[in-house]
Design a protein around this ligand. Structure first.
Ligand SMILES: Nc1ncnc2c1ncn2[C@@H]1O[C@H](COP(=O)(O)OP(=O)(O)OP(=O)(O)O)[C@@H](O)[C@H]1O
Length: 460
């Protein structure tokens, strides 16, 4: 006979939604947090776990990083980082986190001091800069490679890929139609400008220069969230050791030594990037008057002025801080958007908060039930609080239907656990496996049993 005939068909209890905390009333729409946050996060975590296609002949291990997966084609259409061939790989670090490893092929380290810029970069933590971790050389790829490790942002796209890459035609009404060009909205452009300018200012204030501001090197890592990638590589590649007679023109070994011209170059690269994005053409500034005409069609004079300021002739007083005077109240719009984004995220977090409660509860069950050291100690598992918990566990998870088949009903589990966590006065009947004893207890009682059994374990 089924040991749980007494509950052979339990009453289906709807989820008690009042036991969940409701998110605050409709958070305002946000420029930053994705509408489909859950899907986005799930896709990111899936990407983190994808394995590499076999046959790529990649090293198994590289200075503590393993499971390398190339993030771009390693065969055809190989683009270059300056004059060097470069490839970005996703890898897992010693701490089990994801890293992006940028490998520069055929690089010979002549001076260990070339890495000192990486140390400076690794100390810069900024929300719009992909964090630099370390750099090392390696022969594991069969050549002399320089490898720089960055934080990995799953499913990040370069601004080029996100906005400018030609899209393949799609089927519409049974016909292949070219995807029409959609200019980036002005508000998004301001947001990008503010984020990049903020990152540049942080870098310049530290006496460094970004040196690589390009649509293929700025990553979109979330909705309208961008980060400058590849920082530090140019400093290592172009390092020139100081000599007693000449100041360092390029070497970034020392913050104070960075040539202010590089910071001016950053500003003009920034100007080129703004034109490229607004005109949907990476080489837009090659024909400046045409580029200005195109910009006029879709963007305000203020935006054009910011781009022109960046491109203007370098000068002693030209500085990234001046850009913020030109941005003016748009900074406030950006702050509003960010705060709306925070509200929305908090709302999302509220509804996920309940999961943590239930996991905590289930973990306590895991600690209490079936402890091997008490297997022969019937006084532990078959008496008092622990016995009630054991019967409750059967009630929640081990019920069978009239045919003796396991009842697998998640809403029953959730409802029971929520009531237990809330410690309601509702009472249930628990039946022993041999059906010899029946106990009527409230969730409140069971909650007290769980707390005391757990406390007893923790203080042993
Ligand atoms: N830190 C990172 N996290 C996640 N993805 C990254 C990271 N850095 C780079 N990537 C991805 O790696 C790929 C290659 O990056 P890379 O900078 O080489 O861009 P690219 O478009 O191939 O430019 P290039 O012309 O220099 O080859 C891009 O798809 C980019 O999104």
């Amino acid at each position: 006979m089924d040991y749980y005939q007494a509950h052979s068909s339990f009453i289906r209890q709807p989820l008690n939604h009042h036991l969940y905390t409701l998110p605050p009333p409709s958070p305002p729409p946000s420029h930053f947090v994705s509408e489909t946050l859950r899907t986005d996060l799930q896709l990111r975590s899936e990407t983190l776990r994808t394995a590499c296609a076999p046959g790529l002949n990649l090293p198994d291990e590289l200075s503590g990083y393993h499971t390398l997966v190339p993030l771009e084609s390693t065969t055809e259409d190989r683009r270059k980082f300056g004059n060097w061939h470069s490839t970005v790989y996703r890898a897992t670090g010693k701490d089990d986190r994801g890293y992006a490893l940028r490998r520069i092929e055929n690089y010979r380290l002549a001076h260990q001091a070339a890495f000192s810029a990486i140390e400076q970069w690794s100390r810069i933590q900024h929300p719009n800069i992909v964090q630099v971790h370390e750099a090392f050389t390696s022969r594991s790829f069969g050549d002399n490679s320089l490898v720089v490790a960055y934080t990995y942002h799953p499913n990040a796209q370069t601004l080029y890929d996100a906005h400018m890459k030609p899209r393949s035609p799609t089927f519409q009404n049974g016909r292949l139609q070219a995807v029409s060009y959609q200019p980036i909205p002005e508000r998004t452009m301001w947001s990008y400008i503010i984020q990049i300018a903020g990152a540049m200012k942080a870098v310049h204030d530290k006496g460094l220069a970004v040196r690589m501001i390009d649509v293929t090197k700025v990553l979109l890592t979330g909705k309208n969230r961008i980060r400058i990638s590849s920082c530090g590589v140019a400093d290592v590649l172009t390092y020139i050791p100081p000599t007693s007679s000449t100041p360092q023109p390029n070497g970034a070994a020392n913050a104070a030594d960075v040539n202010p011209r590089m910071q001016q170059d950053d500003l003009s690269m920034f100007g080129k990037l703004i034109f490229a994005l607004c005109c949907n053409d990476p080489l837009a500034i090659h024909d400046l008057s045409a580029a200005l005409e195109t910009m006029k069609k879709h963007y305000s004079t203020d935006l054009r002025n910011v781009a022109l300021f960046c491109l203007s002739r370098p000068g002693l007083h030209k500085h990234i801080s001046q850009l913020f005077d030109m941005i003016g109240s748009r900074l406030l719009t950006e702050m509003d958007d960010l705060q709306n984004g925070m509200d929305r995220l908090e709302g999302e977090l509220m509804s996920e908060l309940e999961n943590a409660r239930l996991v905590r509860l289930l973990s306590k069950f895991g600690f209490i039930n079936e402890r091997p050291e008490f297997a022969r100690d019937a006084r532990w598992s078959e008496t008092g609080d622990r016995y009630i918990i054991k019967l409750f566990r059967d009630y929640v998870f081990h019920q069978v239907d009239e045919h003796g088949h396991p009842v697998v009903n998640l809403s029953h589990v959730l409802a029971c656990l929520n009531k237990l966590d809330a410690g309601t006065d509702e009472r249930i009947m628990l039946v022993s496996r041999d059906e010899q004893s029946l106990l009527v207890v409230s969730y409140k009682d069971i909650k007290a049993c769980v707390e005391s059994a757990f406390a007893e374990l923790s203080h042993r």
